[in-house]
Design a protein around this ligand. Structure first.
Ligand SMILES: [Zn+2]
Length: 128
């Protein structure tokens, strides 16, 4: 794993996310473990675990356990809750674009894919 570390919550979340993926991609899982535990898991499982690890960057309990001090716990918890909610809402809109773009691309690969992309971005993410 190559990581360009920046000391902030965003990059901590990114690092934790990628480490969550690495759980399933490690070449160092002992051969003594059952074969199925040493193989790549389904992408749904690896992404779910990666997203679970990513959430640690917004959990005060984890942050304090790794030795960081949180000056205002109540304010931190409230901000973290709002960030988590907003990120999930934004991500859900992004997923709408990706799903429909891929579906449209395979249904009609000869169409203007750039036009399809920006039409979906405008519709689901409200961006121009
Ligand atoms: Zn991921």
């Amino acid at each position: 794993m190559l990581a360009n570390i920046v000391q902030n919550e965003y990059w901590m979340g990114t690092l934790l996310h990628e480490l969550g993926h690495s759980v399933y991609s490690s070449k160092n899982i002992p051969a003594s473990q059952p074969y199925l535990l040493r193989c790549e898991s389904h992408i749904l499982a690896t992404e779910g675990v990666a997203m679970m690890f990513e959430r640690f960057s917004k959990q005060r309990g984890w942050i304090e356990k790794v030795g960081l001090k949180v000056a205002d716990p109540a304010a931190f918890d409230e901000a973290a809750r709002k960030m988590q909610r907003n990120q999930l809402l934004i991500f859900s809109r992004w997923c709408q674009v990706m799903l429909r773009f891929e579906k449209g691309m395979y249904e009609n690969p000869d169409q203007d894919l750039s036009e399809l992309w920006w039409k979906l971005v405008a519709k689901y993410q409200h961006l121009k």
